[in-house]
Design a binder for this molecule. Sequence first.
Ligand SMILES: Nc1ncnc2c1ncn2[C@@H]1O[C@H](COP(=O)(O)OP(=O)(O)OP(=O)(O)O)[C@@H](O)[C@H]1O
Length: 650
Amino acid sequence: MEPPQKPSTSLFDVYLRLRPSHAADAERFLDVEEAGHDYPKHITIKPPSNDHRKRAVERFAFTRVFEEDAAQVDIFKGVGVLPLIEGVLGQESREGRDGLLATLGVTGSGKSHTILGSKAQRGLTQMALDVLFQSTCNGLIHPTGLASVFPSIAASDVSEAQMFTAGAFLDSLYGDGQSERGFGSRAQTPMMGASFLSIASKRNVIPRPSALPQYPTVDIDGIEADSTAEYAIVISMYEVYNDRIFDLLGGSMTSSKAAIQKRRALLFKSTEQSPDRKVVAGLRKVVCSNLEEALMVLETGLLERKVAGTGSNAVSSRSHGFFCVEVKKRRRAYGGSWSTSALTIVDLAGSERARNAKTAGATLAEAGKINESLMYLGQCMQMQSDNQDGTKNIVPFRQCKLTELLFSNSFPSHNNQHHHQHRNPQKAVMIVTADPLGDFNATSQILRYSALAREVTVPRIPSVTSTILSGALTQQNRCPSAGDRSSPTAALEELEAAAKEITRLSEEIDIISLQLTEETTRRQTAEACWQAAEDRMASLEQEVRDDCYEEMEQRIEAERRRWKGAWDEEADKNDEHLDRKIEILTRGIQIHEDPEPTAEERVAELEGENEALKRKLESLERELLGRSPTKKQRVLKAKKWDVDVGFESP
Ligand SMILES: Nc1ncnc2c1ncn2[C@@H]1O[C@H](COP(=O)(O)OP(=O)(O)OP(=O)(O)O)[C@@H](O)[C@H]1O
């Protein structure tokens, strides 16, 4: 059984790394097959001797198996991280290709050790960053020139990200202007519930690159960046915790504890600038000019990641951690827009059995979510090994955030509608980690769905019937004379044939019963999937109900406010209307009581008065004419004066 050549439908190259076990007295259940001059590719697992269930010996094929003595640098070179980096850098004048490197395994099997290293040794991530910065050093934007190109780098982002230079980002978090920085390692990452805030705010620490492990180093022989290109390296980090995405560079170390607990989940969606491809929207991204800056950003993100102590691992990852290095590239001579390819490194949380991990409460609930997402991942990977025979089953990657993030870019994108360029599917490498002396059930389950090929060998257990019959036949063969005497030859032959048939049938029964056991296990797994899917549906339904209820409440409140506003407005209008009516009425009453005469009426009134006065004057004149001449003279003088000043006599 050879690991099949990777067909186009394959999602991953799958490597197996065995860790040196600390349970020295435990029974070893996993053996690596010698491969002569080649690298080992096959392993067999057999159930432990105290396992009473009749189970088959299973043989698995991987792209390559690394045994316990493999060093970090052997893994780095052996699993092909260098070709992944080369792909991301892209050939001369060509866009790069996305790369994905992930680890999968039971809790405590060495995933984080492989990807992120330890206090003493670098992991694959640090080595990959080292190689990236070394290989792009001639084309990388110099820190002094960064300010002028920064706007164009930020504009090339399609994910609604907030972009920072590393200096600005680190100073905004620690505010020490590159001053002496303390060191916090992953091993000291606080337990679940506490966050980096509690440490950062007290000590205001930041990882100091010189205190981080410097080994192993990697030489970059054979890696060539595009010499005609100008490069910029942008880092972002996020985690998938309880099926929700959270920014690990969100700066919660500078926020209050309540703010950390209320971290805003981000969406994985198509954006306006990225209509044909989903991206994690709204992340903080940091442009790094050198390895030191990149390592500080990495450590900052790791300190925010959820880890907790469990019965299986003192520093167990409680979330799936994603570390993304975007390599932006453009023609050095012409400038212009930047193309982007990303290397995503994923440290998956480990599957665990509650009984072994001795978890409870929130940590147990997290484990449920972790196991559920890994089960969906297992289904996708199972599809990969099922597809090896040429069938092209659809990979069900939309079941949870984890599989969506891992596989959304694994298939070629063709989107003529938006006139976007055809993107190559990402190149992906999965490293499965296992402890050969660890938990047999959990490890065998992961190996079953992650291996590229699997073979089951049925153990030949002699059945009772065949043993008796073969014993009887041997007896007869040993004493032919006795047989001759007791029965004819034909009867003996018949008996032999019957015995053979019985042996064959009992072997068949053994095989069928093994198959039945396997099918039962599969059915149980399927039932567990079904149950998990039902639980998920129920929780989704509850979420939708809650959302609807909240939306309805909001709408009712908005409607109530609108109605109250309309009511108040109507009341104001009525008041105004009433005021106007009263004003008109008042004016009407005033007019009625004291009408203002018009000009004609005034003239007529004055003329009337004038007439009356004239008449009075005439009667007075007449009276005067009947009196003494002196008085008459005075009256005539007054009349003359009237004529002089313009009063006409009637
Ligand atoms: N190959 C190895 N060589 C030496 N030590 C190892 C190796 N693999 C793992 N370890 C050690 O075993 C312990 C657990 O490993 P690690 O934290 O990497 O497990 P994990 O698979 O990431 O677990 P979890 O899923 O719970 O996060 C660590 O102390 C780590 O240093």
